[in-house]
Design a protein around this ligand. Sequence first.
Ligand SMILES: [Zn+2]
Length: 363
Amino acid sequence: MQQSNEFRRCFCPPIPEVFDAVRFLDAAVSAHLQGRRDIADELFRLANIKAVWDWTDSIWGKNSPYVQIRKIPTAPPTLPKGERVKVRMPTAKEKALIHERDGYHCRFCGIPVIRPEVRLKITAEYPDAIPWGGTTATQHAAFQALWAQYDHILPHSRGGNNDLDNIILACSGCNFGRMSSTLEEVGLLDPRLYEPYRSSWDGLERFMHKSKIHSIILGGVVADNLREGMFVELVPKPDYGLGKVLKVTSDKAYVFFKNQPAREAIAFKLDNNQLTLSTVQSDPVLDNLPPLIEQDNNKVVLAGKSKRWTLQQTIDAFHVKYLLGFHDPAYLAKHGERNDKWVAHVSSARFIFQYLRQVYFPV
Ligand SMILES: [Zn+2]
């Protein structure tokens, strides 16, 4: 056996089906966040690819052809339990630092990984699509292969500590394939010699995003742990009926109200335990404004096209034209015409914020 050929980046390079499964999972979470549970369900099922299960099993399973342990005389011995570092797993804070450094990819084979906490939350929502039993045979192939592990480079049982230098992010196959062997004993290259893999993969973390605050009042309904799909009520505008939470990012909730004559969701900024409308999202205003039509020498001209209007001029013109505001029948008859979107010159986000508050939260 040639020594130089024995050392590898990983036990067995990922097969293409692993990345097919990754794409299915990513699309499933996107569908879920858009409220398309039926599509999400189907995509989670599609990610359960037998070839992926076989690939993982070929690495961590019994008699793996890829994992051969050889004796290294100088390797640190297995320590009696009492002599090992007391706490084996990194703390939540340490894990966060590891993800900050390693992202959401295995440092050995580079495949995307998913934290168990994220998997638990997703499987709770889609228990039928994502089997997860106590044995490896009864686990969803993709969630199993992509199971994030905090892997000790020098194994805990061999005296490894929890210094961040000694712990890397790994997939289940790479972690459980090696178990308590040193890198040298199984012929793996030290992954710390290489930069972590990078991609747009977010570990499906966006499934977890909730408002920073514990509860939010959108009118009379207290929505604990505001999350996608939840119905909320906007009391200052009771005629809107129930709104559906479309998306919650770390600091914003996007709510679409059925009777709201706009196609965009209203963005609510979540901070300081206060519900405020986002100063960033100007579109909910502009998209609500119709393409006003002016008569000019018997020629129909779209207002705003020929001249730049300030937001206030836009609002004033809107109220002149549609006395009943967004509920004016003339407006409602037109509200589909987004192609002729109103051209309004927005002078400052602050102004929009004040206007929005006035419209949606009149004191
Ligand atoms: Zn791996």
